[in-house]
Write a protein that binds this ligand. Structure first.
Ligand SMILES: NC(=O)c1ccc[n+]([C@@H]2O[C@H](COP(=O)([O-])OP(=O)(O)OC[C@H]3O[C@@H](n4cnc5c(N)ncnc54)[C@H](O)[C@@H]3O)[C@@H](O)[C@H]2O)c1
Length: 344
């Protein structure tokens, strides 16, 4: 297959190496808003990778078999729409867009074109989360009553990323909302969200928070919490605890979990903590792209489509309304807004 990769920043560079190394990709075409970045990545990868002078070349007739979108968030929706118009299957990093109207417009165009859109919620490909889903769905924990999701980045991304990110709920916690739905099989129906700024001023200047906590109600009555921070000096801490009447299970708890017990007899620290998303989820990122290539060839049903991304984004949107208006917000309130034709 000939695959185009659009955007080679932090995550795009990693995905480019994965695609380049994959046996089914015979040529990787790389484009970036900054052509020098595309050229540098292609040169680093060597034979089988080629930089394009502009993104437009990707959408020329018969140029490629599929596109992988890893540009800055602000460019996702337009690139998704262009792929749909060109009849191309697309993999896109989350989110579809940082707002509801952009998301709905892209989704409607993809659905009208009938093209594939696979979204990059890589936790669905992590062995721990997969085992949790099987355990919950298989009845091991009994009746689910609570879940606790944690997303703690070791250090903040650059200020220019934050400005374009959509904020902590849409950028980070959206992963927790997606995985809560996927692991438990329950929809999130209501949220109450708070946020705080104790770190660099660029978060508040962008209207964002660097730390957040959310109370969530799931259909069926279970309750959950999700917390996130950009400042977790101990390491990159991504966990989920799922608790039921018969058992409690945990994802992300192991020798590299950046948490030190202060109980007597415990080890004094964590010698090799996870340090970032590429370290924590490297194999999951590779697995999701391998899955995408099988979706492109028709060998696999899309494991994470645009509707999944919308469902998680609706929860993130509800969090922003909740934080600003300091009230519990039903996700249905946001979904009703999204369903109106003028949302696009
Ligand atoms: N799934 C995950 O765990 C995960 C992790 C990190 C980032 N992401 C997502 O991936 C995306 C990229 O994040 P990043 O950290 O790599 O950002 P980044 O800022 O490091 O890189 C973004 C790249 O996109 C390029 N770009 C901007 N507009 C473009 C356009 N119109 N066409 C082509 N290229 C364009 C920029 O020049 C830059 O090279 C974001 O949407 C982010 O939410 C997901």
């Amino acid at each position: 297959m000939r695959i185009a990769q659009l955007g080679v920043g932090r995550i795009g560079t990693f995905h480019a190496a994965t695609l380049h190394d994959h046996a089914d990709v015979h040529e990787l075409l790389i484009a970036d808003a900054d052509p020098a970045r595309a050229a540098a990545t292609a040169e680093r990868l060597g034979a089988g990778a080629r930089a394009l002078g502009s993104v437009d070349e990707v959408f020329a007739p018969d140029a490629v078999d599929a596109v992988v979108i890893t540009s800055a968030t602000a460019a996702h929706a337009e690139l998704i729409r262009r792929a749909a118009r060109a009849g191309l299957p697309a993999f896109c990093e989350k989110p579809i867009a940082s707002d509801l109207s952009g998301t709905m417009a892209a989704l409607r165009e993809v659905e009208a074109a009938g093209t594939v859109l696979q979204m990059g919620f890589q936790r669905r490909f992590d062995p721990g989360y997969r085992a949790a889903r099987e355990a919950v769905r298989g009845g091991r924990i009994g009746r689910l009553h609570t879940a606790r999701a944690i997303t703690s980045d070791m250090a903040p991304p650059p200020p220019e990323f934050i400005t374009l990110s959509g904020g902590l709920y849409r950028d980070c916690l959206v992963h927790d909302f997606d995985i809560l739905r996927w692991v438990t099989g329950h929809e999130i129906t209501e949220v109450y969200a708070i946020g705080a700024n104790g770190g660099a001023s660029f978060f508040a200047e962008a209207g964002d928070v660097d730390t957040a906590a959310v109370l969530l109600t799931l259909d069926g009555g279970a309750l959950a919490t999700a917390t996130a921070t950009r400042y977790n000096g101990a390491g990159h801490d991504i966990r989920l605890e799922v608790c039921g009447t018969a058992d409690t299970i945990a994802v992300g708890v192991g020798p590299r979990t950046p948490v030190t017990s202060v109980e007597a007899g415990s080890a004094p620290g964590v010698p090799d903590p996870w340090t970032g998303f590429l370290d924590r989820f490297g194999s999951a990122y590779r697995a999701e792209l391998a899955a995408f290539l099988r979706v492109v060839t028709g060998d696999l049903v899309n494991p994470c489509d645009g509707r999944d991304a919308l469902a998680a984004l609706l929860v993130a949107e509800a969090c922003e309304v909740s934080r600003h208006e300091r009230r519990p917000v039903e996700v249905a309130e946001i979904a009703d807004r999204a369903a109106k034709p003028d949302a696009a």
